[in-house]
Every structure is written in C-alpha cells, then in structure tokens.
Design a protein around this ligand. Structure first.
Ligand SMILES: Cc1ncc(C[n+]2csc(CCOP(=O)(O)OP(=O)(O)O)c2C)c(N)n1
Ligand SMILES: [Mg+2]
Length: 491
C-alpha cells in the first residue's frame, strides 16, 4: 500500500537534497554536505522551517531524518565561495547548498555564482523569490520599475488604526510597498478609494486609484485651492488629534529608560533624536531599526532622515555614511546606526574613510544576533533558528557561548576611534566626544536583543509552512491563516 506524505516544497527539497549521492570507483558520498545561509523574510519560514525541522529530527534520532546541517554565515557571497572551494577540494563529488533571502541576500550570491560558473564548480544556490500570489505585491525588496528618487514613508500606528473607517486616502509619492499597506490589510473599509499623487504613472495606478500624475507640490497647491472653504468635521479633527497625542506618549515611553540590564535600542534612538542637530543626518537600512525609527523618529527636517527601506540592504549603512558625508560636508554630523549583523556584512569602508580623512559617527548596536529576523522567525514558528551568533555546542546546535568576535576591536582595526558605552549615560557622554572628534568614531553599545520594541499592530504577509512536524509551526500557521483573512486585493 502506498503511503501519502504531506510536505511543504521546502521540506521536500531538504529531504531530497539530503538523499542525493555521487559515486566514483564504487565509493558513494553525500552530494550535499550541508547548507550555508542567512535567513530573511524570504526564506525564514520556508526553507528555514524545513532545515529546523530536519535538525530537530536528526538530533532526536527520528528514523530517516534528513541530515543537512545548517551553518549561519556572515555574507551570502562568502557562503557561495565556501561552497565552491569545498567542491573543488572534493574533486566536485560533494558541495554545499546556499540559502538566501529575497533581494540583497540573493544578489549577494551572484559574484560567488560567477566564480563557481567560470571554474566549472558545482554549487546549489537557493535564492528566495517574491510570492507566487500577487496579494502582498510589491513586497519588501521586490524590484519594480525604477522608482523616482522620492523619500517614501510608511504610516505610523496612530494613522494605521484610524483607517478602518477611512473613505478616501490621498497618498503622495508612495510605491505602496507591503510595509506601507501592512500587506494590504490597513484599509479595511470595503468602500475605500485612493487618490494617488505621483510623478510615475506606474505607481499612481496602484490600488485602482484615481491617478494624479503630477509633481507633488503642484498637485497639493491645486488641491488646496479646490478645497478652499471645506473642512472635515470637528469630531474627526478631535479624533485625529487624540490619536496623534496617544502616539506621542508611546514614543516618549519607548525613548525613556527601561530599567533593564541592557538598554532597549529605542533608548539609543531617543538619545540620538534629542542630541542630533536639525541638519545632521541619521542613516539606517536593515534589521529591526528601520521599523522602529519609522515609528518613533521625530524628524525635524527632511534632510535629517536617511532611511533605505526599499531594498533594506544589510551593509548599506557604513558606505552610505561615507557617501552622505561627502555630499553634505563638514558642517553636518552624519550618524549611521549599524546592527551587528549588518556591520559584519560590510565594515571595510571605515578604512577608506580613515584613508581620506572623512569623519562620520557609527552607532554599533551589538545584540548578538538578528532582533528583526529572530522575532519574525519566532512569530512564524521557526523558533529563532539560526538567528543568534552562538557557537555550536555539544548538542550539535548553535546554542553555545557567544561567538568570540569583538566588533569594537574590529572597527578600531579599520582605523576608527572606538568608544565603548556602558549604558545610556555613557552613550550620551561619548556622543558629545564623537561630535568633538575629527576622526570617524564608533559608539559601541550592547543592547537588548528582545527590545522591547515599539508596540506595532501592522501585519506582514510572511507565509508559514502549511504542514509541519513542529508544534510551533502548526500554531503559527493557524494564526497566519486567521490574520490573512483581513487582506484585500485592489486591482
Ligand atoms: C544582504 C542581506 N542579507 C539578508 C538580509 C535579511 N535580513 C534582514 S534584517 C537581517 C538581520 C540584521 O541583523 P542586525 O544587523 O544585527 O540587526 P537586528 O536585526 O539585530 O536589529 C537579515 C539577515 C538583508 N536584509 N540583506
Ligand atoms: Mg543585531
């Protein structure tokens, strides 16, 4: 009798790959020794879940469990080089799989892929892709038409909450990314209509909107003229004011001391928001920081807020600080907030800044892992698998001591001055020293991996494995299905 086994594609792929062999001169060996990778929202809940399940089952001694050990790396390009070198050393009889997230993670593998191709070396690269359904389109890091050079903003929670009764949404210069729309769950009123002001027809047409293809300023002036004498009613205005005031209290709470051994990163943001000048520039791109900054940062000028959140590319911040400093000149402080993960991806332009006498301030938030993808992994039932910088212990898992790297020493070795900050008081003192310094200065501070982060109600469509041997995944799948019901599709 045949038995039906239900697996996700990722679980089937892992099982299949773990059972591939090469044979030469009568000797068999496994084709894939293991899987290198970095999880992001594109692979954490799919192949991440499958690799976790395989690891749990292997260590539990479950019969026929696939054995494809997962190794967290620092940069996707490095992972592919390691796989290619392994294959060359093993006379092409064995190699490694590499898994990456969507967008920058996938593209980082391209150089390694070219090296493997030119050397005729076998590697198996599993870059993640956008969704098969078009519901959450465009997802974070999805490439669309070339966007105009606009600053796009996502709504703050106070505004998000007010949208269930919204009839008309006037949007100015947005791509409607999944963060802006909470993966199409924000605008809950079934009769909601959109007026899109955008210089690009491509974006103006989204959400079946009334298109206003125009320069934003010209459109706003024209609309203001047309609306002379019209106003929303007083109750509506009062409610909007209340929601804003409520949100300001949330920001104050996030910025205030949290009375825990390590500060929350929001305390660091609060200090920077207060200490930085109106025309200084804060930079960030990837990790848990962009979402927090979006919710909390009180930008006093448009120039102050430099976030790259279209591609959310780890490794952007340090080179970006160099680029911004060259553009704004010495009268402005340029402050890049750098996560420990993103730091390890691309720290070396610090040396270029030392070479050229370019001074920026780098705030290095050390939380020993991925606060962002770790929390996402947990919420999607993948148990924070492979998201902390821990050594492999005798259990066979990445649950040992902290990996003994020293990012402060590393930054100093590239030619920066490094000030270690033990808590927020010292951070504030050291910020003043960094401003007074004429060399690139790294403010190194340990922060709490678990936040707390700003309260957020926005949903993100990151699908969960439909079938699983893990209770955590089964539970997360139920939640996912329930939450997805709020999603709407606009033609
Ligand atoms: C090049 C690249 N690879 C993978 C990802 C997916 N990704 C998004 S955030 C993140 C972890 C960032 O860690 P860290 O810089 O320490 O920030 P934290 O999450 O701790 O705030 C990863 C792996 C990405 N955005 N870019
Ligand atoms: Mg981190």
């Amino acid at each position: 009798m045949t038995q039906t086994v239900r697996l996700t594609v990722a679980q089937a792929v892992v099982k299949f790959l773990a059972n591939q062999y090469t044979e030469r001169d009568g000797a068999e060996q496994k084709l894939f020794a293991g899987c290198f990778g970095i999880f992001g929202h594109g692979n954490v809940a799919g192949i991440g879940q499958a690799l976790l399940q395989a690891e749990v089952q292997t260590l539990d001694g479950v019969a026929e469990a696939p054995d494809l050990p997962y190794v967290l790396v620092r940069n996707e390009q490095g992972a592919v080089h390691a796989a290619a070198a392994y294959a060359k050393t093993k006379n092409r009889l064995q190699t490694w799989v590499v898994t990456s997230s969507i967008g920058p993670g996938a593209l980082n593998m391209v150089t390694g892929a070219a090296l493997a191709t030119t050397n005729r070396l076998p590697v198996l690269l599993l870059p993640s892709d956008i969704f098969a359904t078009r519901y959450p389109d465009p997802v974070l890091q999805q490439l669309e038409d070339p966007p105009p050079g606009s600053r796009s903003q996502t709504p703050r929670p106070a505004r998000v909450r007010s949208t269930s009764t919204t009839h008309l949404v006037i949007v100015i210069g947005t791509r409607y990314s999944d963060f802006t729309t909470a993966s199409h769950t924000v605008f809950a009123n079934p009769d909601v209509r959109f007026l899109n002001v955008n210089v690009m027809a491509f974006d103006a047409a989204k959400h079946s909107a009334e298109m206003l293809v125009s320069d934003a300023k010209a459109a706003l002036e024209a609309l203001t003229g047309e609306l002379t004498g019209w106003a929303t009613d007083e109750a509506y205005q009062a409610r909007a004011g209340e929601l804003d005031a409520e949100w300001q209290k949330v920001v104050d709470t996030c910025y205030a001391p949290h009375d825990q051994p390590l500060p929350a990163q929001t305390e660091v943001f609060g200090a920077l928001n207060e200490l930085m000048g109106d025309y200084d520039v804060v930079i960030n791109a990837a990790g848990s920081m962009p979402g927090d900054l979006q919710a909390l940062w009180r930008a006093r000028t448009p120039e102050q807020y430099h976030l790259e959140y279209a591609f959310s590319c780890m490794g952007y911040e340090i080179p970006a600080a160099m680029g911004v400093k060259l553009a704004v000149g010495d009268d402005h402080e340029v402050v890049a907030i750098v996560g420990d993960g993103t730091y390890q991806m691309l720290p070396m332009e610090i040396a270029t800044m030392a070479q050229e006498g370019i001074k920026v301030i780098l705030v290095l938030l050390q939380n020993h892992g991925f606060a962002s993808i770790g929390a996402l992994s947990e919420s999607r039932g993948s148990q924070r698998f492979g998201t902390r910088y821990k050594t492999r212990s005798t259990s066979g898992r990445l649950d040992g001591d902290d990996v003994p790297f020293d990012l402060a020493a590393n930054a100093a070795s590239w030619g920066a001055d490094v000030l270690k900050c033990n808590g927020m008081a010292e951070f504030r003192e050291n910020y003043a020293k960094a401003v007074a310094n004429d060399r690139t200065t790294v403010l190194y501070i340990e922060t709490n991996l678990y936040g707390p982060n700003p309260p957020g109600s926005a949903w993100w469509d990151v699908p969960v494995s439909q079938t699983s041997e893990l209770e955590s995944t089964q539970k997360a799948y139920g939640e996912y299905v329930a939450e997805k019901a709020a999603q709407r599709h606009y033609l």
